[in-house]
Design a protein around this ligand. Sequence first.
Ligand code: ZN
Ligand code: ZN
Ligand code: FE
Length: 765
Amino acid sequence: MDCKNAMTCNCVAKKLNINGIVQGVGFRPFVYQLAAQYKIKGDIANTSSGVTIHIEGIRDNIESFCRDLTEKSPPLAHITETSIHSETVKGFKEFSIAQSIDQADCSTLISPDVSICDDCLRELFYPDDRRFQYPFINCTNCGPRYTIISDIPYDRPKTSMKHFKMCKMCQNEYDDPENRRFHAQPNACEKCGPHVSLHDNSGKKLDAQNPVEKTAKLLKQGYIVAIKGLGGFHLAVDAENDDAVSMLRSRKHREEKPLAIMSCDIEHIREYAYVQPKEEELLKSFHRPIVILKKKEPNPISKEVSPGNRYFGSMLPYTPLHYMLLQYGFTALVMTSGNMSEEPICIDNEDALKRLSEVADYFLIHNRDIYLRSDDSIVKHTSGDTRFIRRSRGYIPVPVFLKKKVPHILACGGGLKSTICLTKGNNAFISQHIGDLENQATYEFYQLTIRHMKRILDIDPVLIAYDLHPDYLSTTYALEQQNIEKVPVQHHHAHIVSCMAENRLDGQVIGLSFDGTGYGTDGNIWGGEILISEDKRFERAAHLSYVSMPGSEAAIKEPWRMAVSYLYDAFGKELYSLDLPVFKEIDEKKIQFIVEMISKQINSPSTSSLGRFFDGIAAIIGIRNHVVFEGQAAMELEMLAEKNTNKTYDFEWISGDMHRILLQPIVCGVVDDMSKGVHPSDISSKFHATIIKMFSELCNIVRKESGLNRIALSGGVFQNSIILTGLMEKLEEKGFQVFTHTQVPANDGGISLGQAMIAATVANS
Ligand code: ZN
Ligand code: ZN
Ligand code: FE
């Protein structure tokens, strides 16, 4: 029965306020169609906090409508809060979509950038479609979002599409609630939307009929092409072409880090890597992250793509342009961030031409601006879950949903792999990957990200949390802010609380915080810590013994220095008599000099870092003496450990209020195996097994002392799958409840979340 006369029939009216990710994800057309299905009149409008819906209809229909609203909402929508109020019946004549309402308090959630959907992909390759081979095809279910928004509410004038006036056909689609492109803000076509063009590296436009086809030809010929994407530029080469990949490496000054690759479908990926069902799911998800996959050997990909590594980082195309390029028959394209190593990724055409002209031979650019750069995300499926190595494009700005409400806080993150975190209500918004805060360009991007996110999330912080490290640029930034309370946070405490926050844990836990570097409350460099943690405070229950880091930062870049330090710690002056690769490869005078530095304590801070211990062992067994990126030696040590073993080295700790783990027994065991000619890969397996066994036994002791049974694992060392899986297993065997990261990275990309939660306790006290 239809509700014809509101005044006389059994009609009710309700007002619904819905919060969450409900804008730019096809929510209004969904509601419109739902209203038609249940013969409901009223209207819907985007507001600054979500959507508001007025509905009038028969009671049963209203109930069905409300049920379907949450149960059948579009795939990209995410409802966090619904409130329903009764209203008086106004007698709406139809259901309509009203103008967006600007409100003072903006708390709507913005959708991340979404890969092209199947419907758009079909149209892209269907010759009769009016958007056939149009590289900017999109609809309400797909396309750019976060990277093109300058402000909220999310409407076309507040995106970088404001420069393009829709043609009549596009406008009709945009206005038609029955259409897939109804209010799709980036809606465009060949006639009215953005375009690609191909340029040489002097900026001169090439006269190409089909710039994409021409680009594919150039790539086949071995050229390097800078390609403007969704969150920034990529540098692309044919992944099967050794010379091209080597040239890209040398021009980009990225000598050894693995390069990401992109293939058109799973079948192509299977030509060079194993793809497990969970990995396939991740690859195909609309987030389209780079997924770390086990290499097949032999494989057709150039050895230069991922040297010294058992894995490839691979992804599927996520923009129409990617699909168009890959149709020209590549097994894979290298698609690495368009930057010089260590600098932020380029997003602007002119900037790219300036900064990348030494690297790229050609530029495939377009005229849709990117407002906020966003690198590709990197994930690995390990120990039964998805682990973020980098959480960025496709995931940002979806918040971590918190257990309790917190005030507006800005957390400044650390120094490496920086992110920032802004909180509001139950939401913690962690920024995209910003990078290592070690140069002015990255620092500018860092400040820009803070400004931009504060604006689009409408957050005005009342507190700033920052790392204790006095030399981090993030610390400098925090201390420069005026008229706001500042909360210093210890690095490893932040790691553990970040793991607690995403697992919604209260109270105390045993925290295993393992990483390379973090400033301790005693001024030393920590990183092999067991902390009894809660969000307010922590106590150090155990740590690795201190050894010297001769040359400070230099010891991170030159693991042989750490090798000398651990050897000196174990053998004293006897170390010179040891028969180890490091003594053959490094000049004796240099080694003597380092020993001097250690014994006289010149520029040699003390460290309890587990990351450095991995580096040092890697150098002792001859893997490498120098690294080009942080953690490289440790990563190669992991790659070398082929089989699981039950064998371990002796280990020992000195008990006390704070247990101190001795390193000498392990170092002596490794050296002894080296002298017996044991293969480094067996030493590596045994070393991993030792770390796992030692910490699981130590946790048992800490449990007895503290009465705590929950363990949180955090810190960059947990990117090591052997350590993560091994410790989880051993601890669970012992009856511990183990919590790990699945929403933010275990590395320093996750600490901003912990910092914010710790600062929140200051506000609440
Ligand atoms: Zn679409
Ligand atoms: Zn158009
Ligand atoms: Fe860390």
